[in-house]
Design a protein around this ligand. Structure first.
Ligand code: KG4
Ligand code: ZN
Length: 345
């Protein structure tokens, strides 16, 4: 099955070509440069950039995959959740192509894309991962923080998902972005915090560990951010700048320790056979190290996408989720499909 996947849910214009779960080409046109001076994603700028870039990105990905649009069997597109006017660009393009070239269409949930990014294989068909179920996935990005239990039912394509924990307010990536803004470090915050935090003291300030109750598997990050704000709000700029490494390291540690603590609780409770993790924040080496430690302690195998491009927003993961949807024959109607910015998972 040849799949053309399209993803425009936020500030990256993405397209990928896959043969089943084998990624033949994966193109991401990042808009970070356009948004960074505003301290976050500006929806109207994102929409215009998606409109200008979507066609060139699709043409480039087809060329790199050495595939013609006529060779495509299925078009997969992100339906939601995300920014409405950004999602519309991808959805409209997918509908147009599906109608013009008589292709099947599947409408993918962005969160399921992140979740299934561990199934993506390179051109050579690697890696082949022995994912034994139930598997427990920590999906952590700028928009979502979820602990999801995955089971397979009746066939190789019918995944059954149970969200066993999730954030009640901000996502972990969003918390890092907001802390970076407070520290004057720019946008997106996660990668800058990681860089600045490297030689910092993780215990420089005392920060709360929200929802510490052992029975609760949900996350909360907005209180953490507020408490961080109050700790440094009366500080002179000079004092903040002198302690940037320590402040970044302390905040990052509070976020990651919270992520790991609930992950361990969920492992204890649900006894998964495989650990998975995915999402933009997984680009962070410190978090990856902490997750690998959990795997060693619990003697469970852990898989996370190796490449940064598969962790942050991309269309290859949408193609993988689209492949399984197509196998389940969950087709969308190209005449009536609409984006759903609040699509639930
Ligand atoms: O998955 P993603 O690209 O988009 C969403 O679906 O949200 O994730 C973006 C998030 C941002 O909050 C960004 O700050 C964070 O991932 N991020 C990182 C790193 N790279 C990206 N967080 C921590 N360390 C990184 N190296
Ligand atoms: Zn995402």
């Amino acid at each position: 099955m040849m799949i053309l996947a399209i993803e425009t849910s936020c500030d990256d214009t993405c397209a990928a070509v896959l043969e089943n779960t084998r990624v033949l080409a994966n193109v991401v046109s990042s808009q970070t440069d356009l948004h960074k001076d505003w301290g976050g994603v500006v929806p109207d700028i994102a929409k215009r950039a998606h409109q200008a870039r979507i066609m060139p990105v699709i043409m480039t990905v087809l060329k790199r995959a050495k595939v013609k649009i006529e060779d495509i069997d299925v078009i997969a597109v992100t339906k939601g959740p995300g920014l409405a006017i950004a999602l519309s660009v991808g959805v409209n393009m997918a509908k147009e192509l599906a109608i013009k070239y008589h292709k099947k269409l599947v409408a993918v949930n962005h969160v399921e894309g992140h979740l299934l990014s561990n199934w993506a294989q390179n051109r050579e068909g690697l890696p082949v991962r022995n994912i034994v179920f139930p598997a427990l996935c920590l999906t952590v990005s700028g928009g979502h923080t979820k602990l999801i239990l995955i089971n397979l039912q009746s066939s190789n394509y019918n995944f059954q998902y149970e969200v066993v924990g999730e954030t009640l307010d901000d996502a972990a990536g969003e918390a890092l972005d907001k802390a970076a803004k407070l520290l004057g470090l720019g946008y997106p915050g996660g990668p800058v915090i990681e860089r600045v935090a490297i030689n910092g003291n993780k215990k420089f300030l005392e920060l709360p560990r929200p929802l510490a109750d052992k029975k609760i598997l949900d996350y909360s990050f907005s209180g953490l951010k507020t408490s961080f704000y109050y700790k440094i709000k009366d500080w002179e700029k000079e004092r903040i700048n002198k302690n940037l490494a320590n402040l970044a390291a302390t905040f990052q540690e509070a976020v990651f320790e919270t992520l790991i603590r609930k992950y361990k609780l969920a492992i204890e409770k649900y006894q998964p056979k495989t650990l998975l993790a995915s999402g933009g924040v997984l680009a962070n080496q410190e978090l990856r190290k902490k997750l690998r430690k959990v795997a060693r302690e619990t003697k469970l195998p852990i898989f996370m996408p190796a490449k940064k491009i598969l962790n942050t927003d991309n269309a290859a993961m949408i193609g993988v989720a689209g492949y399984f949807m197509a196998k389940r024959k969950e087709w969308a109607d190209p005449k009536t499909l609409d984006r759903d910015p609040r699509l639930n998972f």
